[in-house]
Write a protein that binds this ligand. Sequence first.
Ligand code: AMP
Ligand code: ZN
Length: 494
Amino acid sequence: MSHKEFRLYDTLSKRVKPLETQEPGHLRFYSCGPTVYSYTHIGNFRSFLTSDLVVRTAMALGWRVTWVCNITDVGHLTQDSFADAAGEDKMARALHSKEGERFHNVWELAEYYTEAYKQDWRQLNLVEPTIRPKATQHVREQILAAEDLIAKGFAYETPTGVYYSVEAFPDYGKLSGNTQENLRKGVRDVVQDDNKRESADFAVWKKDDKHLMQWFSPYGWGFPGWHIECSVMARAYLGDTLDLHSGGEDNIFPHHECEIAQSEALTGKPFSNHWLHTRFLQVNGEKMAKSAGNFYTVRGLMEKGFDPLAIRLALMGGVYGKPLNFTDQGLIDAMGNLERLRRAWTLAEAAAANASGEDTLGQTMSVLYSEALDAMCDNLNTSVALAKALEGAKLIAREGESMSAETARSAAEFLSQINELLGIIRSESGVAPTVAAPSGPSDAEIDALVEARNAAKKSKNFAAADQLRNELDALGIELRDSPAGTTWVRKISL
Ligand code: AMP
Ligand code: ZN
């Protein structure tokens, strides 16, 4: 096991601190998964990618990881995210929409979008979680938790449901700053509902015998509140106290604040020792969201011809702790970088058959890999880690086809380690991407034009070289000149 320290920002203590495991070398990690009423968009995937990178970094350090990433397949309410348990049911609304027409019922709709999510997950080469529990498979535990919360004096029953009494839990607000007092002052919107004692109280169980998904409980027919599913599933698979819990920034309040209140009331122990939140993926400076309609899906981008690993690279183009704007240029740059990394790997593999000789890269490659891992251990600094990967690819390209077999082996070893750490060069998921065939000239035709331009440049015929660049530009091809040679990418737009 490596003795490098893995440091991550912790939303609860508001500082970067070492990620510690209760059991030495075994990380117990819970991530909030998607609500499966529609396709998961790449904003959601930005958050899952952060979790994937935590898992990859932990594994690179030699840790074992138990990673639970749930599937929210109960229809929660449209206002859950900024208030609690109000508005229209998301699943029911999806079923009654145009896209919902092909499903017989909400169960089938949830199943369909769950499968689509798992496919897109694999395309992005995300590590498979240890388990993906579904909320609908854990309703019994959620009912038992509601009963236990009432018995312990943290929840109360009304004619419309069971609500958590925020007043009974003085630590409420410790994660988000939204204490009951602040909420009363109107710092954050919460739903006013006559059934609640306090507006900040939130639903653990909703009574509703008309709901499309309903279960029988001591409170009659109904369905669980959103937050309780994660409290019970985290506990069932990972125990009373987690080492790490993650989600997107919008999960901080109310979701994670409410999970803490419930779990700590139930067990009397800290719920999670570390909290990790990914800032939003944005489009034109606004949150990418299903409800805003400004979202891209993995499958949609693949239909346009974007390689899923280029999407992955683009999502890693900025650190998780800062918002990231998703742009055409970001994707095009990612395609160029992906191409460079792949070419370096192909080159190294081909050169493995060369004559043996001095290993001119071994030392540099191991330093670069170690620096990439250090960057990931430094609060997941993907920008630096990617720069190290690209620097390695550049050095490999510079060595060229004639490198010794030993050098080739060190080069391939570096790229394989980088791939394990960052998941960016070759998919390990075993699924072939189904990227749409590019329109326009074939790869061979473009290669020929690029070669002709290189030849023109070599013979100092710059007018001809410029002419060829313009020709390629008109064909939608962007050239990238570097000391290691010229690569090209197709300019596809979002
Ligand atoms: P949902 O399906 O809405 O429950 O979201 C699934 C996960 O994606 C949650 O952890 C959200 O916080 C996260 N998420 C939603 N939108 C974005 C976004 N634009 N950027 C990053 N994460 C997001
Ligand atoms: Zn959750």
